[in-house]
Design a protein around this ligand. Sequence first.
Ligand SMILES: [Zn+2]
Length: 291
Amino acid sequence: MPELPEVETVAQGLRRRALGRRIATVEVRHAAVIAGSAEEFVSTLEGRRLASVSRKGKAIAVELTAADGSAPRFLLVRLGMTGQLTVTPHEAPVEPHTHVFMALDDGREELRFRDARRFGRLRSLTAAELEKVMGSLGPDAQRVTEAQFLEAMGGRKGAIKSWLMNQNLVAGLGNIYADEALFEAGIHPQSQPGRVSSEKAHQLYKAVRKVLDRAVRLGGTTFSDYLDIEGRPGAFLSKLRVYQHTGEPCRRCGQAIRRIVIAGRSSHFCPRCQPRPHVTAKMRGPRPSTA
Ligand SMILES: [Zn+2]
């Protein structure tokens, strides 16, 4: 379940290890991880050079330029649940579930895409197609301004946990970092975004940025599958305060961390540090007539 910090770590790794290099050949062993035609994927990528790497939310876009100066293509990478993108020596043993190989330069190293659950996707896009995909996402959670963040919260109903994970509003947060940010800000996951005080909303904005920046610095969180471009796990796991800490004492107050299910996803929180919101909104319906 890679989220923004894991995807950012992979993007940084791609810049470090693959930028400027040429994709000599592309081999697709399992077409299910390619969005669109696998043949087109191969023919539009082969021979191109990795010119830049950008990221929005959990999506990575690699700009690929051609030697003949024709319009650039973009390789869109979505890691899904268990996707791994690594730069690997060609002679290294092939792990199970490795679906795509992209030989770099003389072929001594290659980009490998491995994905056990196969929810991840690779896609070859034109600039216009990429713009459409990225345009459907909300502002990136690491770069969103406070004004954008507060505007996206305004008037929203439903659980703030689900709101934080809605990629069309703010892109990049999943279950782990949404739980951690809400704990950091002291907000119950079932609070309504539109009813959170302006002080708390400000704290949540700060918390999102702080949690993500810290996790990026430590290369993200690895529970089972996530690895960086060199095949190394992230180091943020030990920094998690509530996520998957059900029953353990809160680091701040000692109360046992609780787990509830919101929109089918586990939410972990401290019942004392993140008190349940008042339900006055529901009770404030039309008054019964006394006439
Ligand atoms: Zn607590």
